[in-house]
Write a protein that binds this ligand. Sequence first.
Ligand code: IF1
Length: 400
Amino acid sequence: METKHYINLETQYGANNYQPLDVVITRGQGIWVEDVDGNRYLDCLSAYSAVNQGHCHPRIVETLVEQAQKLQLTSRAFRNDQLGPFYEQIYQLTGYEMALPMNTGAEAVETALKAARKWGYTVKGMPDGKAEIITCDGNFHGRTVTVISFSSKDQYRDGFGPFTPGFVNIPYGDIEALRSAINPNTAAFLVEPIQGEGGILVPPEGYLKAAQDLCVENNVLLIADEIQTGLGRTGKLFASDHEDVKPNMVILGKSLSGGAYPVSMVLSSKEILGVFNPGDHGSTYGGNPLGCAVAQTALDVLVEEKMIENSAQLGDYFQDKLRSIPSPHVKEVRGKGLLIGVELKPEAGGGRRFCEALQERGLLAKTAHANVIRFAPPLIISKEDLDWAFEIIKEVLLMT
Ligand code: IF1
């Protein structure tokens, strides 16, 4: 049992800020991962949708290795020959005319918040220091002090104050709450098109569109956090596309690099990202050649290998199958594309024991909220492999 050895090392020397399943993964290829004891698992988490393109995608690995041997980091004090082509590719893929690269999701969220505030003062003409940004109950946008300032989950905030002011929380999916919250000092509304950590919560149909209309009427920026929902996860390039919504800012991370390297980005217009002047904002690693090269290939394979279409087709197929399981424990199956949540009834005793039972049978999944099991395999998964996963999930959901 090699597993025990590695767990002991982590327990002895590591901060205790996680409670992972007791599986120590040593390699991954496509939808499969293998642990240090030689057991194989189908990965139904995809590193929270960072590995949409599958583990160690050969083309992404090739780019990573080639670029790592050529040039890795210059800082933005100098230019590099990967950033410009990455911008151009993003523009051609999404139509957003300006972009700002960072590394992690939380940094990109912070970047969008800074842009929205400065836009509020310099373009919208709000009084200095008064900008408000509306956020939603149940949100998850990262772990920095500012981002947890508007978390509605006590655990994410307890012991970490004082917090950044200027945020107003409203119930998710409630358009009237948004209407009432908007005032002349509102700079932006920050929203996840589907709440991930919130429990794969899909808002009522038309919510995002109505939110966009309200934002347009009131000259408020709509900011979509597509870090988890973006890049094909829900069966469209962006989850906002399901309602033909074009947010003023889109935040990307996770699978922008296919999991090979941290790359995040804010996409927007010249009017909005144009508020940044030299020296206003930055990051040592943001826009580095290694990340830019990897991200370009990660986007290429996403499109060329039709992963977005696969997510749409197999997502519907898999959700229908999951709904057909006559499990006494299941309250609801919901989601879009291959971002799927199975909500358990309160009396089911939480999702963790089901995840452990899945693990024993060769499938890795994780709860979102204690009561929701999330299924989000890499978007390259085949119908046959989903059918295999289904039999295991069925067996586990039917156990007592
Ligand atoms: C952890 C959750 C998922 C995100 C959205 C921004 C970020 C995330 C919509 C920040 C990150 C991760 C972080 C990870 C767990 C995970 C998560 F359960 F906590 F909520 F995916 F569902 N916006 N989500 O989902 O991006 O700074 O981490 O790159 O362990 O904190 P990051």
